[in-house]
Design a protein around this ligand. Structure first.
Ligand SMILES: [Zn+2]
Length: 199
């Protein structure tokens, strides 16, 4: 029977979706690509099919992911870019030999130089990270408002006011937590004397 692994959290920005293969970084972290096979699965879902992945390639993927996370976080906070992270991102971009292919259906596909080149897939992800961190695309890097998450996400909302990396998980959880806190406050306040300093 296959082992159970946590689901992927897929967004529409490749680089930040990749960074989100590790979630709850400030809480009980959840590793969503713990094995080479899970990296293969994630890449396939994102149109970067490889047929083989070694442990060393998985480790390289983790290093790229953490570098994207670090550089995207620094950008969201308007801090200086961490040099080591920039190095890893650039190295992955340089190593990648994927080609963009235009299909007759008006879509872009990536063709890797060989089906076992995880490095090509990582190069595509690194290039995507470069384009958002360099501010080339319409949107803004921001950090998730959830205190246990703080993931960097790419906000493309018109008002640039998105608060959570993912509405279905972090957003919902925050809403529920706030609802509970309000309920507690309301029940706790009952029977207490009114606040003395009415401003
Ligand atoms: Zn989040």
């Amino acid at each position: 029977m296959p082992a159970e692994f946590p689901d992927f959290r897929l967004g529409n920005v490749l680089a930040t979706s990749f960074a989100a293969t590790l979630t709850e970084r400030r809480g009980d972290a959840v590793e969503r690509i713990p094995t080479p096979q899970r990296l293969i699965d994630w890449l396939a879902v994102n149109g970067l099919t490889v047929d083989y992945c070694t442990t060393a390639q998985l480790e390289l993927a983790w290093a790229l992911r953490e570098s994207i996370h670090a550089a995207a976080t620094a950008t969201a906070l308007q801090d200086a870019l961490p040099e080591s992270a920039v190095h890893v991102i650039n190295d992955c971009s340089i190593e990648g030999r994927a080609s963009a292919i235009l299909t007759l259906e008006h879509t872009r596909r990536w063709r890797l130089s060989s089906a076992s080149r995880v490095e090509d897939a990582l190069g595509v992800i690194a290039a995507d990270a470069i384009s958002i961190i360099a501010g080339e695309r319409d949107g803004r890097l921001a950090l998730c408002a959830s205190p246990t998450c703080r993931a960097a996400f790419f906000d493309t909302s018109q008002s640039r006011s998105r608060k959570w990396c993912d509405m279905n998980t972090c957003g919902n959880r925050q809403k529920k937590a706030r609802f509970k806190a309000n309920q507690r406050k309301n029940t706790g306040a009952r029977g207490n004397s009114p606040p003395s300093n009415s401003a």
